[in-house]
Write a protein that binds this ligand. Structure first.
Ligand code: SF4
Ligand code: SF4
Length: 315
């Protein structure tokens, strides 16, 4: 493994610079990462498509010469991630159990929790021939975690796996455990927000949360850092109140530049800092509305709900 603490810090610095985060947080992060013993991170996947991991891996790979696996394993002591780790079977599970016995880890959870069939719709590992469900693993691991980070809307609120009729009775991590969580919702979550969350938690910086346990700084503030509600609609260039020269509302898909309210856009009910912040490459950053697609409200507890993505949404 290459030593990539510097690249993680550089990347965190870029993320922080875009989000008005104080340089003292970055300095605290640097001090923590310089320690011989780094905060252990366990990352488990449940009912999800693993899109949040994939988005995160692509983002890091785009922004640094090292792979995401290098960055994570070398800097934050990622000791368990089912799609990144080389170990498998009992060897992998025993790493997890050893961390569990010691406690005090950062528990990152990607995916909702199926509770029907006693949790058996989602088995995450087996040890000594005995299968362990995601429901059982989350319940036990959450009890001894220093902090629980829910990556993506599935873990945060149930998301697509919990959409109607929800035959496996998927619930969010907080619903299952009742424990404090930091929800980094999004479908997938913006990878910069994952770095922001992990970096702040490792640095020991206070993370102010909203009523849905999401960081205020990522979901509830405008780009100047004030506490003005940051509705997607209120900063959309297709909103006539934002851009008086905006063309009339679209009546069908493919009508570039027009407001998508009649095509099911949930921008008026969605708070997040999505505008221009995806993909990460200079000159190529974009977002859903920028590519002529309605906002699905993917960061909200109401996503996707029992209805189709493209049904008109009443706010
Ligand atoms: S496209 Fe969506 S977010 Fe933009 S103005 Fe229309 S309703 Fe609002
Ligand atoms: S614009 Fe809407 S659908 Fe797109 S990422 Fe942001 S919250 Fe999700």
């Amino acid at each position: 493994m290459k030593l990539t603490r510097r690249s993680f810090l550089r990347y965190s610095g870029l993320v922080f610079a875009g989000m008005n985060v104080s340089s003292s947080v970055l300095a605290a992060l640097e001090r923590q990462l310089a320690k011989a013993t780094k905060p252990p991170v366990l990352w488990l996947n449940g009912s999800s498509c693993t899109g949040c991991s994939v988005s995160f891996l692509n983002r890091i790979a785009d922004s640094a010469p090292e792979t995401a696996a290098d960055v994570l394993v070398s800097t934050i002591d990622l000791i368990y991630h089912p799609t990144l780790m080389a170990a498998a079977g009992d060897a992998a599970a025993s790493v997890l159990l050893r961390a569990y016995r010691e406690g005090g880890y950062i528990l990152v959870l990607e995916g909702g929790v199926p509770t029907a069939f006693n949790g058996n719709a989602c088995v995450v590992y087996s040890i000594n021939g005995e299968e362990v469900t995601y429901m059982q693993a989350v319940t036990e691991l959450a009890a001894k975690a220093a902090v629980i980070v829910c990556v993506g809307t599935c873990a945060s609120f149930g998301g697509i796996p919990a959409a109607g009729p929800n035959p496996t009775e998927v619930v969010s991590i907080h619903e299952l455990t009742g424990r404090p969580v930091v929800n980094l919702s999004g479908c997938p979550v913006n990878p910069d927000w994952v770095v922001w969350g992990l970096a702040n938690l490792i640095a020991g910086a206070p993370v102010e949360l909203d009523g849905d346990f999401r960081p205020m700084a990522l979901y509830n503030r405008d780009l100047s850092g004030t506490s003005v509600p940051a509705l997607i609609h209120d900063k959309c260039p297709r909103n006539i109140n934002v851009n008086p020269s905006a063309p009339p509302e679209a009546t069908d898909f493919g009508q570039a530049g027009r407001c998508l309210i009649n095509l099911g856009c949930r921008g008026p009910a969605t708070k997040a800092r999505c505008e221009g912040c995806w993909n990460g490459k200079a000159g190529q950053a974009n977002w859903c509305i920028g590519v002529n697609a309605p906002c699905h409200g993917c960061v909200e507890p109401t996503f996707p709900g029992p209805q189709s993505f493209y049904q008109t949404y009443t706010v």
